[in-house]
Design a protein around this ligand. Structure first.
Ligand SMILES: [Zn+2]
Ligand SMILES: [Zn+2]
Length: 313
């Protein structure tokens, strides 16, 4: 393992093989499951239960990633009880986006170097011209996960390393991924009543759900650093994209998020689509989460791109 700058290490061949095998598995198996799901849809061999399992597991997946892995652990934007943290970490693990320490360290490095050298998944570092832009967009969407580099946990996630419960969740990652497949299978069997409905539950609520929800999640790193509105004058190319925000429960408001990374909500205006922010607000009213962080109106005004314009002239 060679240590590079910026808290990054170059993996030895053995570790790189493991990393690429697990990344490719979580990309290829859900893709194959999705092809099967489309075939079942096209041939009418599905029921309303399959659609409900897909939708329900999609919500669990996105909530686990956005509220659990992202806003709670990575950015510490709110606090919660141990049991709710456990639930959120299990749901986040079911997303099959990598173990907790990998997720947190990689995402914090993305914020630290956003769209500059050192960013693990920027679409803007591959040169000019439409071909290079397209290559950057594709790299930021998926192939970045196969990179020879690995973010050092001790540099980017020392607080997580010190937390025994979170380290346990990091180690339980394979169990949570399997639970994410087992749950829709068991529900398919329990509610559908036979082995075929258990199988289609696995296909729709398991594999196709992982594929669809992760394509939406990865669009945050690719599309939302290339196309969309930039209301805040951040030192990066982050954008707000409403359709990605709707699919990812608010994460597509990436320009807002890079301006105020510690805020529990990604919407700055009440009408911006941020389902995860609304859920956290409701949980806060119910006393299940607390110490919710938000930027002050003065800070929002200061960071606004409109207000930054005169400074540049
Ligand atoms: Zn970003
Ligand atoms: Zn973030």
């Amino acid at each position: 393992m060679t240590t590079l700058d910026r808290g990054v290490v170059r993996l030895d061949p053995h570790s790189l093989r493991i990393k690429r095998f697990s990344a490719l598995t979580t990309m290829i198996l859900p893709s194959l499951g999705t092809i099967l799901a489309v075939y079942l849809l096209a041939t009418g061999r599905f029921t309303a239960l399959d659609i409900w399992l897909f939708a329900g597991m999609y919500c669990v997946h996105i909530v686990g990633v956005t509220i659990g892995l992202h806003r709670h652990v990575t950015h510490r934007s709110f606090k919660t009880s141990r049991w709710l943290q456990d639930v959120l970490m299990a749901a986040g693990g079911m997303a099959a986006q990598g173990p907790l320490l990998f997720w947190v360290a990689t995402h914090r490095r993305h914020h630290r170097f956003a769209d500059h050298e050192g960013d693990p998944h920027s679409p803007n570092l591959h040169g000019a011209g439409w071909r290079m832009r397209l290559r950057g967009l594709w790299y930021a969407h998926m192939p970045w996960m196969l990179s020879e580099e690995s973010t050092r946990w001790s540099v980017f996630a020392p607080d997580v390393l010190r937390d025994r419960r979170l380290v346990a969740h990091h180690r339980l990652y394979p169990c949570w991924v399997l639970l994410g497949l087992l749950l829709p299978t068991l529900l398919g069997f329990a509610l559908g009543g036979n082995l075929w409905t258990a199988f289609t539950g696995l296909v729709f609520g398991g594999f196709a759900r992982v594929f669809a929800a992760n394509q939406a999640s990865w669009a945050v790193g690719s599309i939302c650093h290339a196309f969309g509105r930039r209301p805040f004058g951040n030192d990066d190319h982050s954008t707000n994209s409403w359709w990605v925000a709707i699919l990812t429960f608010g994460e597509g408001l990436q320009n807002n998020h890079h301006a105020f990374p510690r805020s529990y909500r990604h919407a700055v205006r009440w009408w911006e689509p941020d389902l995860s922010g609304w859920i956290i607000a409701v949980l806060g009213k119910a006393g299940l989460v607390w110490d919710l962080r938000v930027p002050s109106p003065a800070l929002i005004a200061k960071r606004s791109a409109k207000n930054k314009e005169p400074e540049r002239k």
